[in-house]
Unconditional design. Structure first.
Length: 171
């Protein structure tokens, strides 16, 4: 799938883990640690370029090995300039956080979302993923888990692709 936008990679993908209402994180950290999800994230992103916001980079505390890491900061290049720089790559991943997902979702071709059906840790969430509008996004694959090896709640790996033509709302 080659993007029609001249200044971005072949496929621009967002990858995220979300709670039942799109919760992403709290106090600049993640809400859950699911080992199956970390493996899934690694296998999808390995060898590719990953783009992240400065706060997400700080929460990771290091570059992700085996991937080209690009950190967005207002003191550096704009998102559009970075996408221009990586336009010859077949697939590039935006790995968060909330501010960056919000700005990039309208440019994205694909979403890799881990939907987690678990209670939120105490304190709840303070950052959220933008709404995934089913008129714009079509689910193309799904893998459901009733629980992880060490995670006691259900979660699903879901891939969405941007619809070629936007669906009309039901009348
Ligand atoms: N659940 C998940 O899958 C997932 C994934 C990633 C992150 N998270 C969570 O999300 C939270 C962090 O998200 P966040 O929204 O607070 O921060 P963020 O999006 O990671 O980073 C925000 C920073 O990115 C820079 N930035 C944003 N837009 C930019 C633009 N257009 N051009 C240049 N730079 C730009 C700015 O850096 P400067 O201030 O330096 O200018 C801004 O302060 C944490 O809780 C983290 O754990 C969750």
């Amino acid at each position: 799938m080659k993007s029609e936008h001249p200044s971005k990679p072949g496929i621009l993908s967002l990858i995220a883990v979300l709670g039942p209402s799109g919760e992403l994180g709290v106090r600049n950290g993640l809400l859950w640690h699911i080992s199956e999800d970390l493996k899934h994230f690694k296998s999808l992103t390995m060898g590719h370029t990953v783009i992240m916001g400065r706060r997400t980079f700080e929460s990771l505390g290091k570059q992700l090995p085996g991937r080209t890491n690009i950190v967005l900061s207002r003191s550096g290049k704009k998102l559009e300039e970075i996408l221009e720089d990586v336009k010859d790559q077949p697939e590039v991943f935006i790995i968060g956080g909330a501010q960056v997902y919000r700005q990039a979702i309208h440019l994205a071709d694909r979403l890799y979302i881990t939907h987690v059906q678990a209670p939120l840790p105490s304190g709840g969430a303070d950052v959220f993923f933008p709404p995934i509008d089913p008129r714009q996004w079509q689910e193309v694959s799904r893998q459901d888990f009733v629980r992880g090896a060490a995670f006691p709640y259900p979660f699903s790996f879901v891939t969405y692709e941007r619809r070629k033509t936007q669906q009309q709302p039901p009348v």
